[in-house]
Design a binder for this molecule. Sequence first.
Ligand SMILES: Cc1ncc(COP(=O)(O)O)c(C=O)c1O
Length: 389
Amino acid sequence: MAFDIEKTLAHIPERSLKADAIKATGLQNTDDVISMGVADMSFKPPSVVLDELTNEIQQGFFGYYGGKNNYKAALKNWMKKMHSWEPKSEWIHTAHGLVAAIGTALRAYTSKGDGIILFSPVYHSFKKIIQANDRNPIECRMDLCKGKYYLDLGRLEGMLTGQEKMIIFCSPHNPGGRIWSLEVQRELAYFCKRHNLLLIIDEIHNDLVFPKNKHVTFPLAAEGLFDNFILMTSTTKTFNIAGGLMGNVIIPNIKLGIQFSKANMATGESPNRFGMIMGERAMQEGQNWLKSLMEYIDENRNIFDHEINSIPLVRSIRLEATYLAWVDFSKLGQDESSIMKKLVSDAKIIANPGSSFGLGGNKFVRFNLATSKEIVKEAGERIRSIFEN
Ligand SMILES: Cc1ncc(COP(=O)(O)O)c(C=O)c1O
């Protein structure tokens, strides 16, 4: 069962964040607006997932979820098949989405005022959830060299004050789509060990990897040297089922697992029936769909990069993973608000301003490429026509 482009959604559904973002532009005529902000895809999930949910609806049972053991078996199998590492069942906890899980982890392992380290620019909700929990985000800026981001652990070491308790690490990285090698992750593991830092690894984009690239799941890098970590994964990005709000929190360290369980219980967490059912089915039979999806988005990436890189002084960072293009407009000499204004008013494109991703993001823009080729081409042409002169 391969990915089928005919299954592209014809319209942006009314009850979606994308529809809200279009309304928020305030544009009179929104018919030709291209929505490239919100990180979900314009594609229907695999048909096995749709069929499974349809069966559930026809059955008419919308009560509490049960059947976690089957879900865990599907996850273990998926991790083994896709990432060559298999968690034990008792290491797997569920959550209402990974941002919620990070909030739970913050409350489980840190105290108000503690420093929480991020490698910026990074997914904006990390900083928000840290601040909403009264912890202190510490942004360590990554270096961008020849179109690739690098961690600078020397810089981070120089920033440490002793108040830092945790690092939240995004792998593959959003934005920029960087895949972190085993060696880089091992260095990070040593760093955390040396400084007694708990490491949260958000691998929500771990399956969205372009052909010829390989994601390395963190436990492979940490094996035998470090277990003060929490691995978070999900099916929601991979199969476009983010509305199913669920996620996996994998904790090999028994003591950390007990602490997380307690904090999770304090939130009243019990699995979202529809998310779990969709996720389980997707992991059982979604591999071919995913392969075709990434081949399709790979072509989108080429189309988009070709258009963008033909604009003098503008560069699209070459993605290794994710469908979220990251474009550097900083050499244009325009401020970010005017770049964003031109995108919305002139190009009629909604995208994410880079400054919302923290240090090093200013004058970059993130564009979602998980839509049809025609739309990606049209978007690239509009951006080129506006910024090429
Ligand atoms: C790195 C990262 N983590 C988490 C999320 C959101 O996860 P959830 O919907 O499970 O809260 C996103 C969404 O774009 C993301 O990019």
